[in-house]
Design a protein around this ligand. Structure first.
Ligand code: AFP
Length: 335
């Protein structure tokens, strides 16, 4: 039987990782075709349940998770962790890799035809699943995301820069379009869910206040704002033209540590962003220096153009009382 054609050129992938990365690409190409069918195909946005850790599950969340899991045997993966599963599962006992995924991120956008994605992170497997995933993000050996948008793209890093691929729908193969993605250090565009303004920690409120203060404010210029509520779509825009993304902790009990998950959302996005010359923190501490305390642990996330991410960290350096006293509607660090 002829071998199935690869979904990505093996020349771009370190050999030990190729079977797993190729499987991820192959399943993603299939998901892209399914998503592109929209309502003509099976209903993908129906609510079908919930994860054990507070997230709604849509039909496509489960379809994607099951499709990726089914494709992993024989690809060198020992443990598979997923946003859709309470615990990691064993795949190949002889496998050398630990794969963590958000199989379908942004599922609240499925029914409104907005870009959604798959996010993944790969570590070298250790003796247990817990030891394999609950470790500093800097120990990742690969990370990537697929964005199912007007065209389907893949951003991928192995620690030597960020590579950009686009799916050729005829061949169902991801083709390299950029060897070394690089995002600008400066930006005048921020992305945050402003409806949470009253709940944010003070340094974030002060930073956004300053961005909104315009020409006569401390930033001496205007900013643009975006919020797509799809992490991969925000990330792709920022990698393409710069920008800063913030999902801070807030006063809601479930969101004290923000909404996004360290292992299969924040750590892989941080790896991809930093390999493209950007920065990623929890507001002040680099994401890649942090370890998740549990598989579904959340963390505040600030990433994008390095100058702005660094600026947000300076706002966090001020003691809480000084932030409220000094910032108010005026900031302490003013250009
Ligand atoms: P869903 O998968 O529930 O749509 O959540 C998407 C997400 O995890 C991430 O992709 C977005 O950046 C963020 O949540 C949007 O959060 P808000 O809905 O609170 O703005």
């Amino acid at each position: 039987m002829l071998a199935e054609p690869s979904a990505i050129d093996a020349r771009h992938v370190p050999e030990p990782l190729f079977p797993a990365v190729n499987a991820i690409c192959r399943i993603s190409a299939g998901l892209s075709a399914k998503i592109a069918q929209g309502p003509l195909g099976q209903s993908l946005g129906d609510h079908v349940g919930g994860t054990g850790h507070g997230d709604d599950q849509k039909a496509l969340d489960v379809i994607a998770d099951e499709a990726f899991a089914a494709a992993l045997p024989g690809t060198g993966v020992r443990y598979y962790a997923s946003e859709e599963r309470e615990t990691a599962i064993d795949i190949d006992p002889e496998g050398r890799l630990a794969l963590a995924m958000d199989p379908l991120d942004g599922s609240s956008n499925i029914d409104v035809n907005v870009s959604i994605g798959t996010i993944f992170s790969i570590f070298e497997a250790r003796e247990t699943a817990e030891a394999s995933f609950l470790r500093p993000g800097s120990e990742q050996i690969a990370a990537g995301y697929v964005i199912y948008g007007p065209h389907t793209a893949l951003m991928l890093t192995f620690g030597k820069g960020t590579l950009h691929f686009v799916l050729d729908r005829q061949t169902r193969r991801f083709e390299l379009v950029e060897q070394a993605v690089s995002l600008p250090a400066r930006t005048r565009e921020f992305a945050i869910n402003t409806s949470n303004y009253s709940r944010w920690v003070k340094p974030v409120r002060a930073y956004v206040d300053d961005c909104l203060a315009g020409e006569n404010g401390p930033r001496q210029g205007t900013f643009n704002m975006r919020w797509i509520a799809s992490l991969v779509a925000e990330t792709h825009r920022i990698l393409t033209r710069g920008g800063i993304f913030l999902y801070p902790g807030d006063e809601r009990p479930a969101y004290r540590q923000g909404r996004l998950r360290m292992v299969y959302e924040c750590a892989p996005i941080a790896f991809i962003i930093e390999q493209a010359g950007g920065r990623a923190t929890d507001g002040s501490t680099p994401i890649l220096s942090k370890s998740a305390s549990a598989l579904h642990a959340r963390t505040p996330l600030v990433f994008g153009s390095s100058n702005e991410v660094t600026r947000v960290a300076t706002y966090h350096d001020e003691p809480e009382d000084e932030v409220s006293a000094l910032f108010g509607s005026r900031g302490l660090f003013r250009a």
